[in-house]
Design a binder for this molecule. Sequence first.
Ligand SMILES: NC(=O)CC[C@H](N)C(=O)O
Length: 310
Amino acid sequence: MAIMTSSHTFQPLLHRIAAEIESMPGRGRPADYIPALAACDPHRFGMAVAELDGTVYGVGDWRQPFSTQSISKVFTLALDLAREGDTLWEHVGREPSGNPFNSLVQLEYENGIPRNPFINAGALVVTDRLHTQSGNAAGTLLEFLRAESDNAELAINKGVAASESAHGDRNAALGHFMASYGNIGNPVPVLLDQYFRQCSIEASCADLALATGFLARHGIRADGTRLLTQSQAKQVNAIMLTCGTYDAAGDFAYRVGLPGKSGVGGGIIAVVPGRCTLCVWGPGLDERGNSVAGVAALDRFTTLTGLSVF
Ligand SMILES: NC(=O)CC[C@H](N)C(=O)O
């Protein structure tokens, strides 16, 4: 039953969800394959809801910056689609992979064309193309996030980027493998540097809920200008729904029922088209790399409000 639908009730709802999360027994474990992320306390929790006009509600650690990681892939996809349009889809697919986010196995069968833009291989292709289009993929992304969140202080955490780079053999393998099929335009080390910097941008739940607003406003940015066509905004939301949480996307759609995108920093963004955007953060991950507390909180949000796309 939908018990809360009008905007002024979001604040008590967030407090209720935070109290429920507080008493949750298992919280998962922080990502440890990137050593700089391993020290995060899995009991941290924050959640923010942003309405279309930029009004933000939050609870817990909602103003605490955290590592955006794969959440960044939504924004690079949007920024590249806005620039090059449908030619992107000659280089990356739009199907769920059913495999872990850093998997190599499908790439050889599918001739170096990754399944979708949200697994690491697909995100590398998008960043490569955005870098070619813009001359600075990570810088373009950072500028966009600062503008949409109205927070000029957003920055790349260079320590996290260095840690990813030092432990980036898997991503390097993906990059070189796709380059061997001619699907990467920039030198692979240049691409990896951009990608690690992109993933290492830190932002809070409030920042990311606001930055995701264009997807709830059918392509319109915070300043009223258009980034994506209505159709492109629909497409990005659809890919988030089907691919945004990797090999758990089916379960996420079942439980939450919203387009969403997770990152191994423990954040998840989600979109209620035409209504609001959300960001949750809890650094403890499940075995598929999604925040345990984050999925649970979004599950409670859509269950209590009835605000889902279904
Ligand atoms: N799922 C993620 O957040 C993965 C992002 C991370 N930077 C990686 O490439 O492994």
